[in-house]
Write a protein that binds this ligand. Structure first.
Ligand code: ADP
Ligand code: MG
Length: 290
């Protein structure tokens, strides 16, 4: 089905990122609730058509670990690009860990295991479609009411990546050392970002800059990523398998860092993958749903 701006009613604002704004909307013809992301777009119609063409590929993605994509269109006199995707009721891992922090709790290792497994499976799927995610971080990992953990905001459109990069002012905390040194993106770079994501979700605080060292300039931060010892996942509730998994994600040399397929064979994943876990019940408690 073709997505059209007039078929959508805005329900509420969900969040604002560096590149866009996300709203909860109702798609009237199907009565489906969706998330609509709007991004300012390049004014060149040729580039706009190319972006829409590249994005349409995402409609064919079909994986329980990937947020479904319904379609994209231009609006507001072709000045903004809107992307319609599956609405994930429980929000992002960033929303969830901040909520857990406000409730005075922490996200335990069993859920971390499920997150690591879901992200690696999503990355394996994307890689089979020749897509590298490029922006793994807690706010791009979404959770549904059913407790499914899914990836969003991945780099399907080269032109969209270019046009956002021109205006991009967001964080570079999750960038792998090889990217800072100018190497091309590889699937291993996403694994680095997964390591930082697991630390952040587990300690309710970004892994970088390290706590107690908040006033880093961007140069100091990049130097820290490339030259200083990597952060480690802390806590007496963390098993040695989990600690090792994160350490392997944060191997600085991308040639020695495994891709998502091999990470799925790690003892940390093995430890939790067959343990029944009620992620749906967990998010229900987190958000105090009836
Ligand atoms: P960022 O990922 O940098 O936070 P975004 O513009 O991609 O910026 O997203 C902003 C916020 O909107 C996210 O942090 C999340 O809370 C929310 N969000 C994004 N996509 C969805 C979705 N499909 N379902 C529910 N919430 C979403
Ligand atoms: Mg995002």
């Amino acid at each position: 089905m073709e997505m059209k701006p007039e078929d959508l009613d805005v329900i509420k604002l969900l969040g604002e990122g560096a590149a866009g704004t996300v709203r909860k909307v109702l798609h009237k013809p199907t009565r489906l609730i969706m998330a609509k992301k709007t991004i300012g777009t390049d004014p060149n119609p040729k580039i706009q058509r190319q972006i829409l063409r590249e994005l349409s590929f995402q409609k064919t993605c079909n994986s329980p670990y990937i947020v479904s994509f319904y379609g994209a269109f231009l609006e507001d006199g072709d000045t903004t690009l809107s992307l319609c995707m599956e609405y994930c009721e429980a929000g992002s891992l960033e929303d969830i860990y901040k909520r857990a922090r406000d409730l005075g709790g922490i996200i335990g290792e069993p859920v971390l295991g499920r997150i690591a497994e879901s992200v690696c499976k999503g990355l394996v799927y994307l890689h089979q479609q020749r897509v590298i995610h490029r922006d793994i971080k807690p706010s791009n990992i979404l959770v549904t009411r059913k407790g499914e953990i899914k990836l969003c905001d991945f780099g399907v459109s080269g032109e969209l990546i270019n046009s956002i990069a021109k205006t991009f002012t967001g964080t570079k905390y999750y960038m792998a050392p090889e990217r800072i040194q100018g190497a091309p993106y590889a699937v291993q770079s996403d694994i680095w970002s997964l390591g930082l994501t697991l630390i952040e979700v587990s300690q309710n605080h970004p892994a970088l800059p390290p706590p107690g060292q908040p006033q880093l300039s961007i140069i100091e931060l990049l130097d820290l990523i490339v030259r200083q010892p990597v952060p480690v996942i802390q806590g007496s509730h963390i098993s040695k398998e989990c600690r090792n998994f994160v350490a392997v994600c944060l191997i600085k040399n991308p040639r020695d860092r495994p891709g998502p397929g091999r990470m799925l064979e790690h003892p940390f994943i093995r430890k939790w993958e067959d343990v029944p876990m009620d992620v749906a019940g967990w998010v229900k408690d987190v958000w105090n749903w009836k």
